[in-house]
Design a protein around this ligand. Structure first.
Ligand code: TNX
Length: 410
């Protein structure tokens, strides 16, 4: 039986719903369309579990931000595949698709004023394949498909590090001028826009300006991770400048945890990810009123292997079993970063090892359902109860022909 845990937030947000099952019929009531949508998703799960007993559910989310990040830079995924991921998210009431659109291995979004970003930077990917990119029309199609499912798309252009694809496209403007080869490996941290190059200013303004125009949602993600070749001073200067440029677009800024070493503008959001680094700067940012998105790699990095026997994936943050993805509390990850500082939870699928739709499915299922429950439910979590409920999901994934990972002890 799949009965969502009642949430403390029930009755308080546009996403809450009331569900009544009587005599096999199910009725959903909600104040707002999003709540109605989520009520129907719960009804889908109830029906998938077999004959529906009489019951009443009052439900609403613990966190406003329930996300999945998809890296389309390391390997490119076409619009149809992204829509498929959106469908999986919608089934579990996730509401933010964060697209990691640029990295060393590829630039995946059309920018009219800098056409070589996609012509050159978009033409390859990890392993040397053809890569690809989204035209503005493709991107609008993704944004529209997501919106119909109450999912906001958050674009990430990762700067100033993770920028080999951009540097190789315009070496004379934003790099040191020497020709740069496309990068098809999987190292991180070796690239950065060269400070003080005259092209940087226009690059930031044009790119973030066009991205903002393509984005009906309120957020822009500027990346900011792993710029290891820059001095701390140069890094802070770059991030501060980028913040100023993005502020002009009127969008709300998000950056990976590294950006918290800079002075963050009011309203900027920090995304925590690396359990190997000190969370001090994130704690300071939270204390200063900046909200935090929780993506601790040891619980939410769904590109980590499930265990030693998993072919796909990485293991730098350890293995992430289904239980690891389920059994954690976002408000207990960083001392001093509490419920009131946390905007929400986001899973991440980096794609260095991920090439196909089937690969995506295998790493997401069942762990995406686990992280989704962490983000949604404020009831006490019980791993054995979740594991038992997963059996119903697994049967439905099998019916849909999805390539999920069977939990050994379901
Ligand atoms: C760390 S998470 C990265 C990514 C890699 C990922 C692989 C983050 C902000 N940076 O560049 O793809 O690990 O797990």
């Amino acid at each position: 039986m799949i009965i969502p845990k009642p949430s403390a937030a029930a009755g308080e947000s546009a996403e809450t719903y009331h569900l009544v099952a009587r005599g096999g019929g199910i009725e959903v009531e909600a104040d707002q369309p999003a709540g109605r949508f989520y009520g129907r998703r719960t009804a889908d799960q109830l029906r998938a579990a077999g004959p529906v007993p009489d019951l009443t559910i009052e439900d609403g989310p613990r966190f406003a931000w329930r996300g999945l990040m998809l890296d389309v830079a390391r390997h490119f995924f076409d619009v149809a595949t992204v829509k498929h991921v959106i469908d999986l998210m919608a089934a579990y009431k996730l509401n933010v698709l964060h697209l990691h659109l640029t990295d060393d291995q590829g630039w995946r979004i059309e920018i009219d004023t800098w056409p070589k970003l996609t012509a050159v930077g978009g033409a390859t990917q990890v392993g040397g394949g053809r890569g690809g990119f989204y035209t503005k029309a493709d991107y609008a199609e993704i944004v529209g498909y997501a919106a119909e499912r109450f999912i906001t798309v958050v674009p990430e252009v990762d700067v100033p590090g993770h920028t080999n694809a951009a540097l190789a496209s315009y070496p004379e403007l934003i790099a040191d001028g020497a020709p740069l080869a496309p990068y098809t490996g999987t190292e991180v941290g070796f690239s950065a826009l060269v400070p003080d190059k005259p092209g940087n200013e226009r690059f930031f303004a044009d790119v973030f300006g066009e991205i903002a125009e393509m984005t009906p949602g309120p957020y822009l993600h500027i990346g900011g991770d792993e710029a290891h070749t820059l001095s701390e001073a140069a890094y802070i200067a770059a991030v501060t400048r980028i913040h100023e440029v993005v502020a002009k677009t009127g969008k709300r800024l998000i950056g990976w945890q590294e950006t918290a070493v800079a002075e963050l503008p009011t309203g900027a959001i920090v995304q925590y990810w690396n359990p190997h680094e000190s969370p001090d700067a994130v704690r300071r940012a939270a204390a200063a009123g900046n909200q935090v998105i929780m993506s601790p790699a040891d619980h939410t990095y769904l590109d980590m292997k499930y265990d030693a026997g998993t072919d796909l994936g990485q293991d730098w943050a350890g293995y992430v079993s289904v239980q690891d993805a389920y059994d954690w509390d976002p408000a207990s990850v960083i001392e001093g970063v509490d419920e009131r500082h946390i905007l929400g939870v986001e899973a991440a699928l980096w794609t260095e090892t991920v090439e196909t739709r089937a690969d995506i499915e295998y790493l997401l299922l069942p762990r995406l359902a686990a992280v989704a429950e962490v983000a949604w439910s404020s009831g006490a979590k019980d791993w054995n109860d979740f594991r038992a409920r997963l059996g119903v999901h697994a049967a439905s994934w099998a019916d849909q022909g999805l390539n999920f990972r069977p939990e050994p002890r379901l």
